[in-house]
Design a protein around this ligand. Structure first.
Ligand code: TMP
Length: 237
């Protein structure tokens, strides 16, 4: 397919298409952690994440969540709406783990009494720092009203994803979302929802079924991501 690479990311490349308002995302066989300091070529990962995120976005379509995903084009490519990405990582936590336990000294695995939302400033040169709503306003990353909208969206998506993962025997521990603005200025869910961007624990065994396997050098991620894909495909079967 003829196109220009507009942006080379850590896990995917963004290509232009013949349609000004649409982009082609190419999912790469690449895993990174520690803001790119740990990096590996992992055959099959791109295709698995493309398929997983495509299934999740089509579920969110059924649930009327506005998002950028249009369709899967091939094993490792998908067509999405062009958006202007809001440079924020919106993290939502249901269970304490990861940087939350380190930062606050909360015991690993504590079930949180309500979903906790955090914001990180998407800036690699600053290592994506944790920021608050005043910082967001000061840096003009989003308005106060938009921050409210981002939080409402994240909470709604959390409920829907919890239900989805519950059905396949998985606990949704935490996840990261990114949002963008479409050509009409509407805020829509963007980027990806995959085991790279969520923490997923098997309900029976408590085993990690996500990128923590890679982050913590616990083993191969391809069989784990295949397991998530197989369970999602078999949902309701
Ligand atoms: P954390 O506990 O490391 O802050 O991660 C919280 C959630 O956000 C976890 O599901 C992993 C996800 N995440 C990303 O998708 N990208 C990132 O760059 C980071 C730091 C976390």
């Amino acid at each position: 397919m003829d196109s220009t690479v507009l942006y080379q990311g850590k896990a995917k490349n963004v290509h232009s298409t013949e349609n000004e308002q649409e982009l082609r995302l190419e999912y790469l066989d690449q895993a990174t952690a520690l803001n790119g300091k740990k990096k590996d070529h992992i055959i099959g990962k791109g295709s698995l994440n493309n398929q997983i995120t495509s299934l999740i976005f089509s579920y969110l379509t059924e649930k009327k969540i506005p998002h950028h995903w249009i369709k899967q084009l091939s094993s490792n490519e998908q067509l999405v709406k062009r958006v202007e990405i809001i440079p924020l990582e919106v993290v939502l936590r249901n269970i304490a783990t990861g940087s939350f336990t380190k930062r606050l000294g909360v015991e690993e695995g504590t079930k949180l009494p309500f979903p906790i939302i955090e914001f990180y400033y998407k800036d690699d040169s600053l290592d994506d720092p944790f920021i608050n709503e005043d910082h967001i306003e000061f840096l003009q990353l989003a308005s106060k009203e938009e921050v409210i909208e981002l939080k409402e969206n994240a909470l709604k998506i959390n409920q829907l994803l919890q239900t989805l993962f519950e059905e396949i025997g998985v606990t949704l521990v935490d996840f990261k979302l990114e949002f963008g603005k479409d050509y009409e200025g509407q805020i829509i869910l963007s980027d990806e929802i995959t085991p790279d961007t969520c923490r997923l624990w098997d309900k029976e065994t408590g085993e990690s079924l996500d990128k923590d396997i890679y982050r913590k050098d616990l083993g191969e991620i391809v069989p784990i991501y295949e397991e998530i894909l197989t369970r999602l495909k078999g949902r309701g079967a």
